[in-house]
Ligand binder design. Structure first.
Ligand code: ADP
Length: 386
């Protein structure tokens, strides 16, 4: 039986996994459980949709990981798992590079759970579940915050008292594994501009943007938590902090209620009252759905513009992730706000889903590149465990 390395990406409502035989290879197995805690659906290479047994809204994230591991055990033809790599959302100030998971590392990462309450506990639950499955298996944690460690100090600071900055209340940034992948492949797609002033827009359920020069992160829209920046599927994005005070003091909401409001009931879902999924909003006749899409596009363009002083202009804009890769409407909606920067989109190329979607005369190259966070994780795993 061949040896494989397993990658797990345990998100807030999904669990993605992939098995690789060697660094740089295509995965021999790819699978996903989506809609966890709502209407879970399983799909994987060569598997029946019911292969994990009955999945309901009561099936917890933890149990989902156990079921996937049980399914892998029952299918040795996929290979013998020799190591597992995980996407972990928050590495805090101590972990910017991928690390081998030890008891100490796990304890430190657990302390960061309040900083990413809808992701970090699920990431760590997956690590614990793998320990329960095969205690001696080496596990590697790769951090979404890691890529942004290159941001200059000023770009990471809030206008808060220095004591808080010193305690780590700073802009960390997320989606780093996706940005790392895109940064790696940019030279193949952008030529000289790859090392210039590039903004990458990772637009999925969670959405952020990263401004790079020399293919390193200089600024990003998410900050201390994964709430800041763009309007997202269910998250509000940047908000006047006075609103939080009003929710608590004026409306008497508890901290727990405010947390649920900000992480789960806002964003595209809250604005539209229809769905958090862009695809469904695009198909909806409700005016609130169109308004939610328009707000998403306007806020994205505003967030992009906010980062430009940090990189001094814009040579290229790259769209990636579920919305960025698939929604011509959103790409054109965002670019429509960026004409003043010299962005000129080819509506034919955009509608046809081509890779380069800017017109030849556009002073900013605009392109669409699919991301691949799992391949970044497997690369780091090979570097650490061989
Ligand atoms: P995450 O990994 O953060 O859960 P994804 O990167 O899978 O999210 O992106 C999910 C988003 O992409 C959803 O809003 C979904 O509706 C949207 N999406 C996927 N396919 C399309 C499509 N063909 N057209 C428009 N939006 C799409």
């Amino acid at each position: 039986m061949s040896d494989v390395q397993l990658v797990m990406n345990a998100g807030s409502s999904s669990l993605k996994f992939a098995a690789y035989m060697a660094k740089g290879d295509k995965p021999v197995l790819k699978g996903k459980v989506s809609g966890i805690r709502r209407a879970p659906e399983f799909s994987a290479t060569g598997a029946q949709p019911d292969a994990l047994g009955e999945l309901t809204a009561d099936t917890t994230h933890d149990e989902m990981v156990q079921r996937v591991l049980g399914w892998l055990t029952a299918h040795p033809e996929f290979g013998d798992v020799t190591a597992v790599g995980h996407r972990v959302v928050h590495g805090g100030r101590n972990f910017s590079k991928p690390v081998l998971v030890t008891d100490y590392v796990l304890a430190q990462l657990t302390e960061l759970e309040p900083l990413a309450p809808s992701h970090q506990p699920h990431n760590l639950a997956a690590i614990r579940a793998v320990r329960g499955w095969k205690a001696d298996l080496p596990q590697v944690a790769c951090f979404d915050t890691g890529f942004h460690a290159s941001q200059p100090k000023l770009n990471r600071m809030f206008g808060l008292p220095r004591k808080l900055t010193d305690q780590g209340v700073i802009r960390y940034g997320f989606h780093g594994l996706s940005y790392e992948y895109i940064a790696r492949i940019l030279p193949r797609h952008l030529g000289e501009n790859a090392d210039g002033r590039v903004v990458v827009a990772h637009l999925g359920n969670g959405a952020s943007m990263c401004a790079m020069t020399g293919r390193r992160s200089v600024a990003t829209t998410m900050a201390f938590s994964a709430l800041d920046g763009l309007v997202m599927g269910r998250r509000c994005g940047s908000l006047d902090p006075g609103v939080l005070l009003y929710l608590q003091q004026g409306l008497g909401m508890t901290i727990g209620q405010i947390e649920t409001l900000l992480y789960k009931e806002s964003g595209l879902l809250g604005v539209s009252g229809v769905s958090n999924a862009m695809q469904l909003l695009q198909d909806s006749p409700a005016p609130e759905a169109s308004e939610a899409i328009e707000l998403f596009c306007l806020r994205a363009a505003q967030e992009l513009a906010r980062m430009l002083p940090c990189i001094g202009g814009l040579d290229a804009l790259v769209f990636t992730a579920g919305i960025g890769e698939n929604s011509a409407r959103v790409r054109s909606g965002i670019c429509a706000h960026l004409g003043w920067l010299g962005v000129s989109l080819s509506s034919d190329a955009n509608a046809a889903g081509e890779e380069m979607i800017s017109r030849p005369e556009s002073s900013v190259q605009v392109c669409v590149l699919p991301t691949d966070e799992e391949s970044v994780i497997v690369g780091h795993m090979h570097d650490i465990v061989g």
